[in-house]
Design a protein around this ligand. Structure first.
Ligand code: GLU
Length: 484
């Protein structure tokens, strides 16, 4: 509740849901029978905590979002040199199902169908006749790998799979064209079969967010603790998602959103903030490129409103809680009466200090405020010491100050120690920015006042303020400070 991340996500969805343009994919009947208004959003942060909103539990077929995963699997199996010899890494600038190869007759990249079918072919044995049972067992390994990324066993949508296989004339054309170039070592039908099956796996936005967080985390699934792919493979996958993930609009996508991403015609989008988090969005109405209309808009808002562009600031990503302790180590203030001092001596554990460090961006603030929220019954006063923080970006500032107001409203107290005035500098620097309007207004707007009470220049001042608060709580406003 109090970190308001769910509130931010809901707000962004509220803004984006106004747009009902686009059309549900209908090249096979199974895709057309979904609820066109379905809309889900999930975010999995670096420690595996998942924020889920809307239809985050609804399943849909993964479709082209499978492409980076199969590419990852093939890289893990064969290593980059062998894979590079067969699949390029250059953006094609063309539609996903373009029959597009380079001068060496390699598909231009693994995110277009030609490259994805090639990647699937590389998982199969290099023989022209592949037994059905072999395709089954390779598919089993593929499902294992995808499920490892999602942290949950993924299932095949049999109906979608059958329809894909029956209607896949264009994909068949791509596979046979590659075969005619002599670059496919296996049976093209088996490669197609594997590709159709991978596209027909069912996922939710929660799954996509965990898959994204796994890739963001260098291949380590933050929920299960299992290393699913190596750091090198994850880096590769992020690179091709950045340059080739969003089809023809890659340049615009990187510039305006700045999150490596992959979309699928099932309506899903997977987006990753490297080192930090994974995002899954679902909304089945597609634009003319085959990307979810609301999904794209949602990613744009997440990037701008939450400052998630991968080139935002010089970030130290795993900021933040350097230490947390109660104030037992600090001497009780000299200026109180003996009665007050003896009370203060018994209540040192009701004041907790949280020392943050690094650049405070969305992810850092999310982690820190979640910690403060988890501890909320352990203190009456929380002192957030940001003296080691270099930069505070607007959304992080809003989160810290909103949390502070939440504490005030609960009858607790939030204080900030900010000797270098980074909060104030942040207010000045971003004075004219559009910072998540309305999300937690009007309380949050109080957070933009740089002359905020309880923002202190030193820890000593904060401690005195904290002690005054405890005394007021204990003895009331009229009876606490005169030694009576
Ligand atoms: N199964 C679809 C195809 O290969 C996937 C397309 C997509 O999601 O972009 O045509």
């Amino acid at each position: 509740m109090t970190t308001h991340v769910d509130g931010y996500l809901r707000h962004i969805m509220g803004v984006c849901s106004a747009d009902s343009s686009g059309a549900v994919a209908d090249y096979i009947p199974e895709l057309a029978c979904v609820d066109p208004d379905g809309y889900g959003l999930s975010m999995c942060v670096h420690d595996g905590n998942v924020y889920s909103q809307g239809d985050s539990g609804v399943t849909f077929t993964i479709q082209s979002i499978s492409k980076p995963l199969t590419y990852a699997l093939v890289l893990s199996r064969l290593g980059p040199a062998q894979v590079d010899a067969r699949i390029g890494v250059e953006p094609s600038g063309e539609a996903f199902n373009e029959i597009s190869v380079d001068a060496e007759r390699r598909p231009r990249n693994p995110m277009i169908n030609a490259g994805a079918i090639m990647a699937a072919s590389l998982l199969l044995p290099p023989v022209r006749e592949v037994a059905a049972s072999t395709v089954d067992s390779v598919f089993g390994e593929l499902v294992e790998f995808y499920s490892g990324c999602a942290g949950r066993y993924l299932e095949l949508d049999e109906d979608v799979y059958r329809s894909e296989a029956q209607t896949g004339a264009r994909n068949r054309a791509i596979a046979y064209m590659l075969d005619s170039f002599g670059v496919v070592d296996t049976d093209p039908e088996s490669a197609l079969d594997l590709y159709y099956r991978q596209c027909s796996l069912r996922v939710t936005t929660d799954d996509l967010s965990v898959i994204g967080a796994t890739i963001a985390n260098g291949g380590l699934n933050p929920r299960t603790g299992r290393q699913i792919m190596t750091q090198e493979v994850a880096q590769r996958v992020l690179s091709v998602m950045t340059t080739c993930g969003m089809y023809d609009g890659a340049g615009d996508w990187v510039t305006s959103v700045g999150l490596p991403a992959k979309s699928g015609v099932g309506g899903g989008i997977l987006a990753v903030l490297p080192g930090q988090l994974g995002i899954g969005v679902y909304s089945p109405r597609l634009d003319r490129h085959g990307n979810s209309v609301r999904g794209i808009d949602t990613c744009r808002h997440l990037s701008t409103d939450l400052g998630l562009h991968m080139f935002n600031l010089t970030r130290e990503s795993r900021v933040t809680i350097r230490a947390t302790y109660d104030i037992g180590e600090f001497e009780v203030g000299e200026d109180w009466t003996e009665r007050e001092r003896s009370y203060l001596r018994t209540s040192r554990d009701r004041v907790r200090v949280y020392e943050l460090q690094g650049d405070l961006t969305f992810s850092g603030a999310e982690a820190a405020m979640r910690r403060l929220e988890d501890d909320i019954d352990r203190y009456d006063v929380a002192i957030v010491d940001i003296s080691r923080i270099g930069i505070v970006d607007p959304v992080a500032r809003t989160m810290v100050l909103t949390f502070k107001h939440t504490l005030d409203d609960r009858g607790q107290r939030g204080m900030v120690v900010d000797p270098d005035g980074v909060m104030r500098a942040s207010v000045d620097r971003h004075r004219n920015d559009r910072v998540i309007p309305d999300i937690v207004a009007p309380e949050a707007l109080r957070g933009f006042d740089p002359t905020l009470p309880h923002v202190h220049a030193t820890m000593a001042e904060a401690l005195t303020d904290a002690e005054a608060f405890l005394l007021k709580q204990r003895y009331g406003p009229d009876d606490g400070f005169d030694g009576v």
